[in-house]
Design a protein around this ligand. Structure first.
Ligand code: HEM
Length: 189
Protein backbone atom coordinates (compact mmCIF):
# COMPACT_ATOMS: atom_id res chain seq x y z
CA UNK A 1 0.00 0.00 0.00
CA UNK A 2 2.93 2.37 0.71
CA UNK A 3 4.15 1.84 -2.86
CA UNK A 4 0.66 2.42 -4.23
CA UNK A 5 0.11 5.60 -2.21
CA UNK A 6 3.53 6.99 -3.20
CA UNK A 7 3.52 5.90 -6.86
CA UNK A 8 3.55 8.67 -9.45
CA UNK A 9 2.58 8.29 -13.09
CA UNK A 10 3.23 11.39 -15.25
CA UNK A 11 3.42 13.47 -12.07
CA UNK A 12 0.04 12.22 -10.76
CA UNK A 13 -0.57 10.29 -7.59
CA UNK A 14 -3.77 8.40 -6.71
CA UNK A 15 -6.24 10.49 -4.72
CA UNK A 16 -7.07 9.39 -1.18
CA UNK A 17 -10.38 7.94 -2.43
CA UNK A 18 -8.64 5.99 -5.19
CA UNK A 19 -5.98 4.64 -2.81
CA UNK A 20 -8.74 3.70 -0.34
CA UNK A 21 -10.73 1.88 -3.04
CA UNK A 22 -7.61 0.01 -4.07
CA UNK A 23 -7.08 -1.10 -0.47
CA UNK A 24 -10.65 -2.41 -0.33
CA UNK A 25 -10.15 -4.20 -3.66
CA UNK A 26 -6.95 -5.86 -2.43
CA UNK A 27 -8.50 -6.91 0.86
CA UNK A 28 -11.67 -8.36 -0.66
CA UNK A 29 -10.07 -9.89 -3.79
CA UNK A 30 -7.36 -11.50 -1.69
CA UNK A 31 -9.58 -12.79 1.07
CA UNK A 32 -12.70 -14.57 -0.18
CA UNK A 33 -10.94 -16.18 -3.13
CA UNK A 34 -8.21 -18.06 -1.29
CA UNK A 35 -10.69 -18.91 1.47
CA UNK A 36 -13.12 -20.47 -1.00
CA UNK A 37 -10.36 -22.28 -2.90
CA UNK A 38 -9.25 -23.80 0.42
CA UNK A 39 -12.72 -25.05 1.36
CA UNK A 40 -13.57 -26.52 -2.06
CA UNK A 41 -10.16 -28.15 -2.44
CA UNK A 42 -10.28 -29.58 1.05
CA UNK A 43 -13.69 -31.11 0.33
CA UNK A 44 -12.47 -32.54 -2.99
CA UNK A 45 -9.38 -34.02 -1.34
CA UNK A 46 -11.35 -35.69 1.42
CA UNK A 47 -13.66 -37.12 -1.27
CA UNK A 48 -10.54 -38.50 -3.02
CA UNK A 49 -8.26 -39.62 -0.14
CA UNK A 50 -5.94 -41.55 -2.48
CA UNK A 51 -4.95 -38.18 -3.95
CA UNK A 52 -3.93 -36.96 -0.48
CA UNK A 53 -1.53 -39.91 -0.11
CA UNK A 54 -0.15 -39.34 -3.60
CA UNK A 55 0.49 -35.69 -2.83
CA UNK A 56 2.07 -36.33 0.54
CA UNK A 57 4.53 -38.79 -1.06
CA UNK A 58 6.21 -35.81 -2.76
CA UNK A 59 4.49 -32.55 -1.87
CA UNK A 60 7.44 -30.35 -2.94
CA UNK A 61 7.30 -31.74 -6.48
CA UNK A 62 3.52 -32.22 -6.79
CA UNK A 63 2.16 -29.30 -4.75
CA UNK A 64 2.35 -26.66 -7.49
CA UNK A 65 0.31 -28.68 -10.00
CA UNK A 66 -2.13 -29.56 -7.26
CA UNK A 67 -2.73 -25.88 -6.48
CA UNK A 68 -3.65 -25.27 -10.12
CA UNK A 69 -6.22 -28.04 -9.86
CA UNK A 70 -7.52 -26.60 -6.56
CA UNK A 71 -8.16 -23.28 -8.33
CA UNK A 72 -9.64 -24.88 -11.48
CA UNK A 73 -11.90 -27.13 -9.43
CA UNK A 74 -13.06 -24.42 -7.05
CA UNK A 75 -13.22 -21.53 -9.55
CA UNK A 76 -13.78 -19.10 -6.64
CA UNK A 77 -14.66 -16.24 -9.01
CA UNK A 78 -17.54 -17.45 -11.20
CA UNK A 79 -17.64 -14.59 -13.68
CA UNK A 80 -16.64 -11.02 -14.45
CA UNK A 81 -18.17 -8.58 -16.92
CA UNK A 82 -16.49 -6.38 -19.51
CA UNK A 83 -17.51 -3.72 -22.00
CA UNK A 84 -16.16 -4.23 -25.49
CA UNK A 85 -14.10 -1.20 -26.56
CA UNK A 86 -14.02 -2.13 -30.25
CA UNK A 87 -16.24 -4.16 -32.57
CA UNK A 88 -15.07 -7.74 -32.42
CA UNK A 89 -16.13 -11.36 -32.67
CA UNK A 90 -15.96 -14.22 -30.17
CA UNK A 91 -16.37 -17.75 -31.49
CA UNK A 92 -18.35 -16.49 -34.47
CA UNK A 93 -20.61 -14.15 -32.46
CA UNK A 94 -20.26 -10.50 -33.47
CA UNK A 95 -19.89 -8.04 -30.58
CA UNK A 96 -20.25 -4.28 -30.99
CA UNK A 97 -18.16 -1.69 -29.18
CA UNK A 98 -19.93 -0.67 -25.96
CA UNK A 99 -21.77 -3.97 -25.53
CA UNK A 100 -21.48 -5.72 -22.22
CA UNK A 101 -20.26 -9.30 -22.10
CA UNK A 102 -19.64 -11.83 -19.39
CA UNK A 103 -16.65 -14.11 -19.00
CA UNK A 104 -17.76 -17.32 -17.33
CA UNK A 105 -14.61 -18.72 -15.74
CA UNK A 106 -16.73 -21.58 -14.38
CA UNK A 107 -17.52 -22.60 -17.94
CA UNK A 108 -13.95 -22.20 -19.24
CA UNK A 109 -12.58 -24.32 -16.42
CA UNK A 110 -14.85 -27.24 -17.26
CA UNK A 111 -14.62 -27.03 -21.06
CA UNK A 112 -14.33 -30.53 -22.47
CA UNK A 113 -12.62 -29.18 -25.58
CA UNK A 114 -9.77 -28.00 -23.36
CA UNK A 115 -9.69 -30.47 -20.46
CA UNK A 116 -9.64 -34.21 -20.47
CA UNK A 117 -12.29 -35.48 -17.98
CA UNK A 118 -13.11 -31.92 -16.80
CA UNK A 119 -15.61 -33.12 -14.20
CA UNK A 120 -12.96 -35.17 -12.41
CA UNK A 121 -10.79 -33.65 -9.70
CA UNK A 122 -7.23 -34.69 -10.48
CA UNK A 123 -4.34 -33.12 -8.56
CA UNK A 124 -1.87 -34.57 -11.07
CA UNK A 125 -3.58 -32.88 -14.02
CA UNK A 126 -1.02 -31.53 -16.48
CA UNK A 127 -1.18 -29.35 -18.45
CA UNK A 128 -3.84 -27.37 -16.60
CA UNK A 129 -4.62 -24.21 -18.61
CA UNK A 130 -7.40 -23.07 -16.26
CA UNK A 131 -8.74 -19.52 -16.25
CA UNK A 132 -9.43 -19.35 -12.51
CA UNK A 133 -7.22 -16.25 -12.24
CA UNK A 134 -8.55 -14.77 -15.50
CA UNK A 135 -7.62 -15.37 -19.08
CA UNK A 136 -4.69 -12.93 -19.31
CA UNK A 137 -4.62 -9.25 -20.24
CA UNK A 138 -4.28 -6.13 -18.08
CA UNK A 139 -6.84 -7.22 -15.45
CA UNK A 140 -5.35 -10.66 -14.85
CA UNK A 141 -5.36 -11.43 -11.11
CA UNK A 142 -2.82 -9.20 -9.42
CA UNK A 143 -2.52 -11.58 -6.48
CA UNK A 144 -1.98 -14.84 -8.36
CA UNK A 145 1.56 -15.43 -7.12
CA UNK A 146 0.55 -14.69 -3.54
CA UNK A 147 -2.53 -16.92 -3.80
CA UNK A 148 -0.48 -19.85 -5.15
CA UNK A 149 2.10 -19.40 -2.41
CA UNK A 150 -0.55 -19.21 0.32
CA UNK A 151 -2.38 -22.31 -0.93
CA UNK A 152 0.84 -24.30 -1.32
CA UNK A 153 1.96 -23.61 2.24
CA UNK A 154 -1.49 -23.94 3.75
CA UNK A 155 -2.19 -27.34 2.18
CA UNK A 156 1.24 -28.71 3.03
CA UNK A 157 0.46 -28.01 6.69
CA UNK A 158 -3.19 -29.07 6.57
CA UNK A 159 -2.52 -32.37 4.84
CA UNK A 160 0.51 -33.32 6.89
CA UNK A 161 -0.98 -32.30 10.25
CA UNK A 162 -4.53 -33.49 9.58
CA UNK A 163 -4.28 -36.34 7.08
CA UNK A 164 -7.37 -38.10 8.42
CA UNK A 165 -10.33 -35.85 8.44
CA UNK A 166 -14.02 -36.11 7.71
CA UNK A 167 -15.91 -33.32 6.02
CA UNK A 168 -19.70 -32.95 5.93
CA UNK A 169 -21.68 -31.78 2.88
CA UNK A 170 -21.18 -28.03 2.57
CA UNK A 171 -23.82 -25.36 2.60
CA UNK A 172 -23.19 -23.12 -0.41
CA UNK A 173 -23.37 -19.35 -0.75
CA UNK A 174 -26.16 -18.23 -3.10
CA UNK A 175 -24.23 -16.09 -5.55
CA UNK A 176 -23.49 -15.90 -9.26
CA UNK A 177 -20.18 -14.16 -8.53
CA UNK A 178 -18.42 -15.99 -5.71
CA UNK A 179 -18.42 -19.78 -5.76
CA UNK A 180 -18.59 -19.98 -2.03
CA UNK A 181 -19.05 -22.37 0.83
CA UNK A 182 -20.93 -20.81 3.69
CA UNK A 183 -20.61 -23.61 6.21
CA UNK A 184 -18.84 -26.97 6.25
CA UNK A 185 -18.32 -29.12 9.33
CA UNK A 186 -14.94 -30.79 9.66
CA UNK A 187 -14.04 -33.59 12.08
CA UNK A 188 -10.69 -35.18 12.84
CA UNK A 189 -11.01 -38.98 12.64
C1 HEM B 1 -7.40 -18.47 -5.39
C2 HEM B 1 -7.29 -17.16 -5.24
C3 HEM B 1 -7.70 -16.14 -6.27
C4 HEM B 1 -8.51 -16.27 -7.38
C5 HEM B 1 -9.21 -17.51 -7.88
C6 HEM B 1 -8.56 -14.95 -8.02
C7 HEM B 1 -9.26 -14.69 -9.19
C8 HEM B 1 -9.27 -13.47 -9.83
C9 HEM B 1 -9.94 -13.18 -11.07
C10 HEM B 1 -10.75 -14.19 -11.89
C11 HEM B 1 -9.71 -11.89 -11.38
C12 HEM B 1 -10.22 -11.13 -12.63
C13 HEM B 1 -9.27 -11.35 -13.79
C14 HEM B 1 -9.73 -10.69 -15.04
O1 HEM B 1 -10.73 -9.95 -15.02
O2 HEM B 1 -9.11 -10.89 -16.08
C15 HEM B 1 -8.91 -11.33 -10.33
C16 HEM B 1 -8.50 -10.01 -10.26
C17 HEM B 1 -7.84 -9.47 -9.18
N1 HEM B 1 -7.30 -10.14 -8.10
FE1 HEM B 1 -7.45 -12.12 -7.75
N2 HEM B 1 -7.81 -14.07 -7.29
C18 HEM B 1 -7.27 -14.73 -6.21
C19 HEM B 1 -6.43 -14.21 -5.23
C20 HEM B 1 -6.07 -12.89 -5.12
C21 HEM B 1 -5.21 -12.33 -4.09
C22 HEM B 1 -4.54 -13.13 -2.98
C23 HEM B 1 -5.14 -10.98 -4.32
C24 HEM B 1 -4.41 -9.89 -3.58
C25 HEM B 1 -4.01 -9.93 -2.34
C26 HEM B 1 -5.91 -10.71 -5.51
C27 HEM B 1 -6.08 -9.47 -6.07
C28 HEM B 1 -6.72 -9.21 -7.25
C29 HEM B 1 -6.89 -7.87 -7.82
C30 HEM B 1 -6.41 -6.58 -7.19
C31 HEM B 1 -7.58 -8.04 -9.03
C32 HEM B 1 -8.01 -6.94 -10.00
C33 HEM B 1 -6.96 -6.78 -11.07
C34 HEM B 1 -7.36 -5.73 -12.10
O3 HEM B 1 -8.56 -5.54 -12.36
O4 HEM B 1 -6.45 -5.12 -12.67
N3 HEM B 1 -6.45 -11.89 -5.98
N4 HEM B 1 -8.63 -12.31 -9.40
Amino acid sequence: MTNIVQAEVDGHRLTDDEAGSFMVLLASAGNDTTKQATSHAFKALTDNPEQISWLLDDWDERGAEAVDEFVRWSTPVIEFARHAVVDTEVAGTPIKAGEKLVMFYCSGNFDDEVFDRPLEFDVGRTPNPHVGFGGGGPHFCLGKQLAVLELKHLFRELLSRLPEIEVAEPEYVHSDFVHGIKRMSVRKL
